[in-house]
Each structure stands twice: as structure tokens, then as C-alpha cells.
Unconditional design. Structure first.
Length: 94
């Protein structure tokens, strides 16, 4: 049995902050209750939200520079947001 695991790298990982801004896009408010806003200097594109187990919870697409996502159905906890299959940030929701 092979017990070795291949390490994976996560870039731009932030936990429990008031606002996330990595110069390409901004996520606010954090923590969020009902609506999460993503604003970008370019087209937002595809957004994926994952729970702490890595399960895909929600996928949204925006062709504009701002996207508002209804998250009132999510339980409180940590979630990962991936934008255009590259940027990963963790957020805390009340």
C-alpha cells in the first residue's frame, strides 16, 4: 500500500480577513451573510465555491467586472473561492 501523498500548492490563501484583495479581484464583505460581491479590474469570469471538504457547492459565471452571489443557503464556516481555475482564497461566513 502506497501511503505517500503528492503535496499540492495553494497560492494566495487567506483565512478570516475582513476583505480580500489581490489586485486582480476583490471579495467583500468577509465574513458575509446573504450576498458575496466579487469585483475585478477585468471580466470576473467563472467563480467556484467549495466547502471545507473540497466539495463544489456553487458555480457562477459573469461577463462583467462585478458579480453578486446569493450565499444565504450556506452554513457558517470556511469556504474556498476559485476564480477562473487559478486563484484560491478561503473565507469565513457568519
Amino acid at each position: 500500500m502506497n501511503t505517500s501523498a503528492t503535496p499540492r500548492e495553494i497560492n494566495d490563501c487567506i483565512i478570516g480577513v475582513e476583505e480580500i484583495n489581490n489586485n486582480d479581484f476583490t471579495v467583500f464583505p468577509v465574513p458575509a451573510r446573504n450576498t458575496l460581491t466579487i469585483q475585478s479590474n477585468e471580466e470576473v469570469g467563472k467563480i467556484e465555491i467549495f466547502d471545507f471538504t473540497g466539495k463544489l457547492i456553487l458555480t457562477e459565471q459573469s461577463f462583467g467586472m462585478r458579480l453578486e452571489i446569493s450565499i444565504d443557503f450556506l452554513d457558517a464556516g470556511l469556504y474556498a473561492i476559485r476564480r477562473n481555475n487559478k486563484d484560491v482564497v478561503l473565507i469565513e461566513k457568519l
